[in-house]
Design a binder for this molecule. Structure first.
Ligand code: BTN
Length: 234
């Protein structure tokens, strides 16, 4: 495992994707990103004071490929556990990749695959407080607790928690991980719209199921979704 530290870079995910010989748990962190990326081609506003980092997970031959669809959820639990160690707040996990506090996003996860490597990118708003146009939808540890935190310590804790969680997952611990996800399920009982290509489905968010999909009640019929964009509808 190597650690790459940057003052500024385009994106820590892009950096690792460009590297040649990646090792398991190679870690890149940056104080600032000029082209921070989120899911579905969105950008991730990367301001100093946030934890901006990515690490490598090599495909493990012990794990069937379809099990990797649960990877963002395993990462989510690792982030939840690490955050809890730093500051006790009412964190919620928004299936499939976000963490919320008080109805505002505090962390986002972007999992990408390149060859036999998964690049796990995580942004956590830590000591940053200025969200500009996003101020109604984003928050940080500092805003919620009035305290400042050591960003590198938090990053290393997330990676350690992930290592433990992934070991747990490999050794049959999915049930416990899923339980944690469902205890913190942000979408439960919320009106949601799911957009898959051009098709929009409206319903009420339910639990995350054993296969990692989200159950949604659509006009009294329970359906499960594993792709697409899920939004809270008002
Ligand atoms: C999302 O909310 O859509 C995911 C956001 C992921 C942002 C992190 S910041 C570190 C890493 N580098 C990137 O370019 N993106 C991820």
């Amino acid at each position: 495992m190597r650690v790459f530290r940057f003052g500024e870079i385009d994106s820590t995910n892009s950096f690792l994707k460009r590297e040649n010989k990646l090792e398991n748990y190679d870690l890149a962190m940056a104080k600032n990103q000029t082209e921070g990326r989120g899911r579905r081609g969105n950008s991730w506003v990367s301001k100093e004071g946030a934890a901006l980092f990515s690490f490598v997970l090599k495909e493990n031959s012990k794990l069937p490929m379809e099990e990797y669809r649960k990877l963002p959820l395993v990462v989510g639990v690792a982030v939840l556990r690490a955050l809890k160690k730093f500051q006790s707040l009412d964190y919620k996990f928004k299936w499939t990749n976000d963490i919320y506090v008080n109805e505002k996003k505090i962390s986002g996860i972007l999992v990408e695959k390149i060859n036999e490597n998964f690049i796990i990118g995580i942004g956590i708003n830590v000591n940053n407080e200025d969200f500009g146009d996003l101020k109604n939808s984003a928050t940080s540890l500092k805003i919620e607790s009035n305290k400042e935190f050591n960003i590198e310590e938090l990053i290393l804790t997330v990676v350690e928690e992930f290592k433990n969680c992934f070991e747990e997952f490999l050794n049959g611990g999915w049930e416990l991980i899923l339980k944690e996800i469902n205890e913190k399920n942000y979408l439960l009982d919320k009106p949601v719209t799911i957009k898959i290509i051009d098709k929009i489905t409206r319903g009420i968010g339910g639990k995350v199921l054993d296969d990692g999909t989200l159950e949604v009640d659509v006009e009294g019929i329970k359906k499960s979704f594993d792709i697409g964009e899920v939004h809270i509808s008002f």
